[in-house]
Design a protein around this ligand. Structure first.
Ligand SMILES: Nc1nc2c(ncn2[C@@H]2O[C@H](COP(=O)(O)OP(=O)(O)O)[C@@H](O)[C@H]2O)c(=O)[nH]1
Ligand SMILES: [Mg+2]
Ligand SMILES: [Zn+2]
Length: 286
């Protein structure tokens, strides 16, 4: 085994992390800016009792998710390919939550798809219409019941060889779904240090034999959209972006300017009311 190895951060604690390599897992001291999902170069240091690794370098990320906290950008996870947005009739998922994540993933080069969970509960017309909106935007939708094991195979097949983060309101079924797919009870992982003190992991990455990687990062649950510039918001609303190309004026506000093609598409039902409202709301947020 070479002294320097490449591995992926699979557990992140407050000041340490576990890195998985082809030669096993190593506990390392976390270095600045390293997050779960990161590929790192580490030096294996042989200790009297166990192997320890020292992170030398973080490899370039193909994607990352961050959250802005009082003007400071905080990174949460790296190298995610897909975000599965859990939506449920109970608790009712708002279209704002869905659109926020569609925007966020779009601007982070990550693909969003929808997991319509708690299918066993049934749903009303309004809920079904909401799903139709996203279907018409060509967003992949998978109907599941995590509790009663419905369609979990379709979901597993879809996320094969992908690195996925599940997002959803509290109570939407993220933990249930994750443990069903991972195939075990997900007790919060703990790590004991030399003094036998246990620390609970902040975020984890579960890698399954069939190539599925599921990232669990509680810090990502409550994202804000304030971190984006006004001009960026439209990229999370593909259908509005498309319509806006037909507006008479380049600087059209898409609210009350003359010759606005977005308003026209809204009236014609090409753009849905909820998508339009969220677009304006996110864009004009102070
Ligand atoms: N009826 C129904 N209940 C579910 C389903 N998935 C999860 N639940 C329940 O919803 C509650 C919240 O689930 P949990 O996985 O903890 O949600 P989380 O907060 O998103 O992690 C639990 O009581 C689950 O048993 C489902 O598909 N159908
Ligand atoms: Mg949970
Ligand atoms: Zn316009």
């Amino acid at each position: 085994m070479k002294k320097v190895q490449t591995g992926q951060v699979i557990e992140f604690y407050s000041n340490s992390c576990r890195v998985k390599t082809n030669f096993g897992e190593f506990t390392c001291l976390a270095i600045k800016n390293v997050v779960v999902g990161d590929f790192v170069e580490l030096e294996i240091i042989q200790d009297s009792k166990k192997f320890l690794g020292k992170i030398l370098k973080i490899n370039q990320r193909f994607s990352s998710l961050s959250k802005k906290n009082k003007d400071k950008k905080k990174l949460f996870a790296a190298n995610i390919t897909h975000v599965g947005i859990l939506i449920t009739p109970k608790p009712k998922t708002s279209s704002e939550f869905i659109d926020k994540w569609i925007l966020k993933t779009k601007l982070s080069d990550i693909e969003a798809f929808i997991i319509n969970n708690k299918n066993d509960l049934g749903s009303d017309k309004e809920y079904q219409n909401k799903i139709k909106i996203y279907k018409s935007l060509n967003i992949k939708i998978i109907n599941t019941s995590a509790k009663y094991d419905e369609n979990l195979e379709e979901l597993s097949n879809y996320i094969k060889n992908k690195s996925v983060l599940f997002v959803g309101n509290s109570g939407a079924g993220k933990s249930t779904l994750t443990s069903k797919i991972v195939g075990k009870d997900l007790k919060t992982s703990t790590l004991s240090n030399d003094q036998g003190v246990h620390t609970t992991s902040i975020s984890s990455l579960y890698e399954l034999p069939n190539g599925i990687k599921i990232i669990d990062s509680p810090g990502m649950r409550d994202i804000q959209i304030m971190e984006y510039d006004k001009e960026q918001i439209i990229y999370g609303f593909e259908e509005i972006l498309k319509s806006s190309k037909g507006c008479k004026y380049n600087d059209c506000n898409h609210i009350n300017n003359k010759g606005c093609n977005v308003k026209k598409a809204l009236l014609n039902g090409v753009i849905s009311k909820s998508r339009y409202n969220n677009f304006i709301k996110f864009r004009d947020l102070e």
